[in-house]
Design a protein around this ligand. Structure first.
Ligand code: CP
Length: 306
């Protein structure tokens, strides 16, 4: 694995290797991540052309825990604002001896363009491109599920909400099916969960109660208002009435079901505070596991594994 651009097409062995490598970075209390010299002398450039709280910060922490030198370009104050092209920016940062580019971009495919352009010794990790892929989120979601449920082979997972615009949903589906999850459901209104998603190997539901019934894992998604035209935009109250996850609805899932969300959450839109902050929520654990998973990905693509 030289770049990580999408989980699509990655084998179960590779995905399992990434998860196992991540678990090696986590200490006995399941949370703390050890500091290691695996990327000492390497330069990691964080390029976030789109906003981020969790992904950007955990990549930053992960690179520092691997002893890399980390540079986070402030895109808003960069020469992108003066019209410099993406590839010219990459060439200039490459001239500063970049080893790994971590890239988030609103255009699907931007990390692929960069991966094709850079020198062979430079690695690209996709931190979310348009509505296409968010591979490290898919991996940290898989890590979280394996942590709580131990293995994938008996699980029923529901992904609920705005699947149409969600790069997280796509990456979760590819990762979970490749890891052996027998049933992945996508649940939401017809405008946001088109029936043709079934071609990905998932079951499609347009009713929340039916969709989450007897599930082991529920992954809630935010309405991606920034990617919708007016016609698709449901009102927050209407949406919550039909597809918001409340404690009462959560009782339809298995009693030990876990509730996940990639964040940022919109309280009272797709999820109630009682669920988001409740005993079945593992939303903040996902964030913590993201550090070890991103350490694993960067050390593997750079060829400096533990
Ligand atoms: N889950 C996720 O990608 O969150 P951020 O947009 O805050 O990075």
């Amino acid at each position: 694995l030289i770049h990580l651009l999408s989980p699509e097409g990655l084998s179960r062995d590779i995905l399992t290797h990434i998860l196992d490598t991540a678990s090696n970075f986590v200490s006995v209390n399941d949370r703390e991540v050890k500091k290691l010299p695996l990327l000492r002398g390497k330069s990691v450039f964080n390029l976030f052309f789109e906003n981020s709280t969790r992904t950007r910060t955990t990549f930053d922490i992960a690179a520092k825990r691997l002893s890399a030198d980390v540079f986070t370009l402030d895109i808003g104050r960069s020469s992108t604002a003066k019209g410099e092209t993406l590839l010219d920016t990459i060439d200039n940062l490459s001239a500063m001896a970049a080893d790994i580019f971590v890239v988030r971009h609103s255009e699907s495919g931007a990390p692929y363009l960069i991966a094709k352009h850079v020198a062979p010794h430079v690695h690209v990790v996709n931190a979310g491109d348009g509505r296409h892929a968010h591979p490290t989120q898919g991996l940290l979601d898989a890590y979280t599920i394996r942590h709580y449920k131990k293995d994938f082979t008996n699980l029923r997972v529901a992904i609920v909400g705005d699947v149409l615009h969600s790069r997280v949903a796509r990456s979760d589906i590819h990762a979970l099916l490749a890891l052996g999850c027998p049933e992945v459901r996508v649940v939401g209104p017809r405008t946001l969960v088109p029936s043709d998603l079934a071609h990905m190997g998932v079951r499609v539901f347009h009713n929340l109660e039916e969709g989450i019934r007897d599930c082991d894992v529920i992954i809630m998604l935010r309405l991606q208002n920034e990617r919708m035209s007016g016609a698709l935009l449901p009102s927050s109250q209407e949406y919550f009435k039909s597809f918001g996850l409340t404690p009462e609805r959560l009782q339809l899932a298995k009693p030990d079901a876990i509730v996940m969300h990639p964040g940022p959450i919109n309280r009272g839109v797709e999820i109630s505070s009682a669920v988001a902050d409740g005993p079945q929520s593992v939303i903040l654990a996902q964030v913590t596991f993201g550090i070890a998973v991103r350490m694993a990905v960067m050390s593997i693509v750079a060829g400096n594994e533990a």
